[in-house]
Design a protein around this ligand. Structure first.
Ligand code: S3P
Length: 179
């Protein structure tokens, strides 16, 4: 009897997934990249709000752990999309080990940002419950905690400069595996 050859692994789903800290431009770069590639753009935070309502209210009512569980489910659904998409993830998505494992099957781009750029963009932090106590100090602490996770998941790291959206889209487009 010939030895059974294991079936080849299913092809990787070619979603492009943007990860990175809060205010690194994941939503705006994701939307511009999707236009460039003629793909749908989905944003896990927007999806969360459509399903569960505003994030600050959800945090206040249910706490961070419930948010992370709900976020993990939403990210799994988005990654399983049958249509190749550009997917922007909330900054804390990579805290989930299950999400990090799922990301291995996609082309993952970390968008980096300097502390100065992020704080200038954040301005009013009321829409970001993680930052409500002291935005500058908390952003910095969270960035230090999560940076190794972003780097571990990323196939491509787009450095903080240039901050220009189209230039960042150019960088990503050049590095995309053949489509
Ligand atoms: C969070 C980031 C936010 C949002 C939520 C929590 C985080 O998304 O998911 O407020 O823990 O970093 P952005 O990265 O799009 O701001």
């Amino acid at each position: 009897m010939p030895e059974q050859v294991p079936a080849p692994a299913p092809p990787a789903q070619p979603n492009v997934v943007l990860i990175g800290p809060m205010a690194s431009g994941k939503s705006s770069v994701g939307a511009a990249l999707a236009r460039r590639l003629s793909r749908p753009h989905v944003d896990s935070d927007q999806f969360f709000v459509a399903r569960h309502g505003p994030i600050p209210e959800y945090f206040a009512a249910h706490g961070e752990e419930a948010f992370r569980n709900a976020e993990e489910h939403i990210v799994a659904e988005l990654l399983a999309s049958p249509r190749p998409s550009v997917i922007s993830l909330g900054g804390g998505s990579v805290l989930s080990e299950a999400t990090r494992a799922r990301l291995c099957r996609h082309f993952v781009v970390m968008l980096d940002v300097t502390e100065e750029q992020a704080l200038a963009r954040i301005g009013d932090a009321t829409t970001r419950p993680m930052l409500k106590a002291d935005p500058a100090a908390v952003w910095k602490r969270i960035y230090a905690e999560r940076e190794p996770l972003y780097r571990e998941c990323a196939d491509l790291i787009v450095e903080a400069a240039p901050p220009n959206i189209e230039a960042r889209v150019d960088t990503i487009e050049k590095e995309l595996p053949s489509r």
